[in-house]
Design a protein around this ligand. Structure first.
Ligand code: HEM
Ligand SMILES: *[C@@H]1O[C@H](CO)[C@@H](O)[C@H](O)[C@H]1NC(C)=O
Length: 513
C-alpha cells in the first residue's frame, strides 16, 4: 500500500515538474513551439531521424516568428530566427552574449579549456594571444606545407584513376583524408600521409574522436546542454574517446621539438613561441623560439593539447565537407565549373603558373564559389551563445534573461528565401556587386563578431588549395540532373549521407600547378 502511494506521488510530482518545466516560455510570455515531453525539439534526434543541426533547422522552418522559445530536452533555449537580431546579438550586443555556456573546467580539467568553451576574460586574453597565429603572413609561411599535402592527394588520385576512362571517387572520403593530413601537418606539426598510410596514429585517433558511439553522443550532449553533469563525469575520471591519446601525441611532439630545437612553419611552432616567450611574434617571418626554463613557461603542455584538440575538431569535418560539397555542386552546374576553370587558369597564367598564397587569393571566382558553398552548406549548421546579461529585445517588452541559451540556425537562415532568393540553387554570382540580391547580415558561415571563427582564412585557404589542385589536374564529369545531398543523422557538422560521389578523368598533360 505504502509503495503504491509512494509510486503515485512520485509520478504525480514528476508530472507536475515536467508540466512546469515545459511551460517556461509560456510563463515568460514568449512565443514558443509546441514541445514533445521530455525531448522537446530534440525528439527527432532521439528517434534517430535527424541530426542536431537538422532538428533545429526543422524548428526554424516551422514558424516565421523572429524568435521562438524551444526546449532542448529539459533545457529551454531561445531560437533566434531573425537574421538582423541574431547578427546584433553576435556583434553589436556582444557584451550580453560573450560566452557559449558549454562545459569547461579549467582548474580540474585543463584539456577542456579551449577557445570554444572558455568564458569571459579567460576567453578574451586567450583569443588575443592566439590571434597573431592566424594572420595572412603566417598562412603564407604555412602554405608550402599545406600544398605538399595536396600534392600527396594528387599522387594518390593519379595512381588510382585509370589512364583514359573516368572513375567515380567519393569526395567526402578523399577530402577527409586531405583534411586530416592538413591538420596533422599544419597544426599538430606531424609528418603524416593518410593516402599511403591510412592507419597512421593521427588518423586512428581522429576516428576514435569522431565516431558516433553511444559514449561520444552522450558526452557531446552533456557538454553542450548539461555542463554540470559533464563536470561530474570528468571528475569521476571518465574522459571522451581519443582525447587521452591526442593529449599524449601532443605532449610527445612538444617534448621532441623542444629537446631537438626543431623548427617548422606550423601552428605548433607558434604555440611553442607562446609557451616559451609569452606571445606569438607579430613578425610573420619569425618562427623560431627560445626555450624558456620550465618555471617561466606561460602555457603547459596540456594547455597546448587543449588548443590543438579543438583546432582538430573545429577544422576537420568543416574543411573536408566544404571542399566535397563544392565539387558536388560543380558537377551539377557546368557553367559554374567552366567559369571557375577559366578563373583558375587565367590567374595561374598571370602568376607565371606558380601556385602561391597570393595567386590563390587572386582567384576571385574561386572565392565566390567557396562563399556560395559555405552559404548553402554551413559547416556548422548552428551557432550558440549564452546570455550573460539581461537583454531587452528590440521592439518588444520581452527580456532575455541572463543564463538563457541562444540558438541560431545558420542552415535555416542561409536557406531562407527571404534572405537568399532561390536558396537551393548554387549561384556564386549572388555575391558579386552586379547581382547582389541577398541580405548581408544573414550571411555568417564562420559566425560574426568577436567570437567568429579564428581560422576562417586558414579554412578557406585549405579548401581552395584542394579545389585548385583537383581542377587543374582532372576533369569533372558533369551531370545535368540536379539532386540535393542528404545529410546524416550523426554529429553536429553537416555531413553528407552516403558520401559525395563525383566522376573524374585525368587531364591530358596540361596545367602545371
Ligand atoms: C571551412 C572551414 C571552417 C568553417 C566553416 C568554420 C566555421 C566556424 C564557425 C561557424 C564557428 C562559430 C563562430 C561563432 O560562434 O560565431 C567557428 C569557431 C571556431 N573555429 Fe572554425 N571553421 C572552419 C575552420 C576552422 C579551422 C581550420 C580551425 C582551426 C585552426 C577553426 C577553429 C575555430 C575556433 C578556435 C573557433 C572558436 C572561436 C572562439 O570562440 O573564439 N575553424 N568556426
Ligand atoms: C590555360 O589553358 C590553356 C588552354 O587550354 C593551356 O594551354 C594552358 O596551359 C593553361 N594554363 C595553365 C596555367 O593551366
Amino acid at each position: 500500500m505504502f509503495f503504491i502511494l509512494l509510486l503515485l506521488t512520485t509520478v504525480a510530482l514528476l508530472y507536475v515538474y515536467l508540466k512546469w518545466n515545459f511551460s517556461f516560455w509560456e510563463r515568460k510570455g514568449f512565443p514558443y513551439a509546441a514541445a514533445c515531453i521530455p525531448f522537446g525539439a530534440l525528439d527527432s534526434v532521439r528517434r534517430n531521424k535527424r541530426s542536431f543541426g537538422l532538428a533545429i533547422y526543422d524548428m526554424y522552418t516551422a514558424t516565421k516568428k523572429p524568435f521562438v522559445g524551444i526546449y532542448l530536452t529539459l533545457r529551454p533555449a531561445l531560437l533566434v530566427r531573425d537574421a538582423q537580431l541574431a547578427h546584433d546579438m553576435l556583434v553589436k550586443d556582444f557584451a550580453s552574449f560573450h560566452d557559449r555556456g558549454v562545459y569547461v573546467d579549467e582548474v580540474h580539467d585543463p584539456l577542456s579549456a579551449n577557445l570554444f568553451s572558455l568564458e569571459g576574460n579567460r576567453w578574451k586574453t586567450t583569443r588575443t594571444k592566439l590571434t597573431p597565429s592566424f594572420t595572412s603572413g603566417k598562412l603564407k609561411g604555412m602554405f608550402p606545407t599545406a600544398e605538399a599535402v595536396a600534392d600527396k592527394m594528387l599522387a594518390y588520385l593519379n595512381n588510382k584513376l585509370p589512364e583514359t576512362s573516368s572513375s567515380e571517387i567519393d569526395m567526402k572520403n578523399l577530402m577527409s583524408s586531405y583534411a586530416i593530413d592538413i591538420i596533422a601537418s599544419t597544426i599538430f606539426g606531424l609528418d603524416v600521409d593518410s593516402f599511403t598510410d591510412p592507419n597512421n596514429e593521427f588518423r586512428q585517433i581522429s576516428k576514435e574522436v569522431t565516431q558516433p558511439t553511444a559514449k561520444n553522443i552522450l558526452r557531446g550532449t552533456t557538454s553542450f546542454l548539461y555542463p554540470g553533469l559533464e563536470r561530474i563525469f570528468n571528475r569521476l575520471g571518465s574522459s571522451i574517446d581519443g582525447l587521452g591519446r591526442m593529449r599524449d601525441l601532443a605532449h610527445r611532439t612538444i617534448a621532441y621539438r623542444e629537446e631537438n630545437k626543431l623548427m617548422r612553419p606550423d601552428l605548433m611552432q607558434l604555440l611553442l613561441q607562446l609557451r616559451n616567450t609569452g606571445k606569438v611574434s607579430n613578425d610573420d617571418d619569425i618562427w623560431a623560439t627560445e626555450t624558456a626554463a620550465e618555471s617561466l613557461k606561460t602555457l603547459t603542455k596540456d594547455n597546448i593539447a587543449a588548443h590543438l584538440f579543438l583546432f582538430f575538431v573545429a577544422g576537420y569535418e568543416t574543411t573536408a565537407s566544404t571542399t566535397a560539397f563544392t565539387l558536388y555542386e560543380l558537377m551539377q552546374n557546368p557553367d559554374v565549373l567552366a567559369k571557375l576553370r577559366d578563373d583558375i587558369n587565367q590567374t595561374l597564367e598571370k602568376h607565371n603558373g606558380q601556385l602561391t598564397y597570393d595567386c590563390i587569393q587572386d582567384m576571385k571566382y574561386l572565392e565566390l564559389c567557396v562563399m556560395e558553398t559555405t552559404r548553402k552548406y554551413p559547416g556548422l549548421p548552428i551557432l550558440n551563445r549564452m546570455c550573460t546579461e539581461d537583454y531587452p529585445l528590440p521592439n518588444s517588452k520581452l527580456v532575455v534573461e541572463k543564463g538563457t541559451q541562444i540558438i541560431i540556425s545558420l542552415l535555416g537562415i542561409h536557406r531562407d528565401e527571404e534572405y537568399f532568393p532561390e536558396p537551393l540553387s548554387y549561384q556564386p554570382e549572388r555575391f558579386t556587386d552586379e547581382h547582389r540580391n541577398y541580405t548581408p547580415a544573414a550571411y555568417m558561415p564562420f559566425g560574426v563578431g568577436p567570437r567568429q571563427c579564428i581560422a576562417a582564412r586558414m579554412g578557406k585557404m585549405n579548401v581552395k588549395i584542394a579545389l585548385t589542385k583537383i581542377l587543374t589536374n582532372f576533369n569533372i564529369e558533369t551531370r545535368l540532373e540536379k539532386r540535393e545531398i542528404d545529410f546524416t543523422v550523426n554529429g553536429v557538422p553537416l555531413l553528407p549521407k552516403g558520401g559525395v560521389p563525383v566522376k573524374l578523368t585525368r587531364k591530358a598533360q596540361s596545367g602545371t600547378a
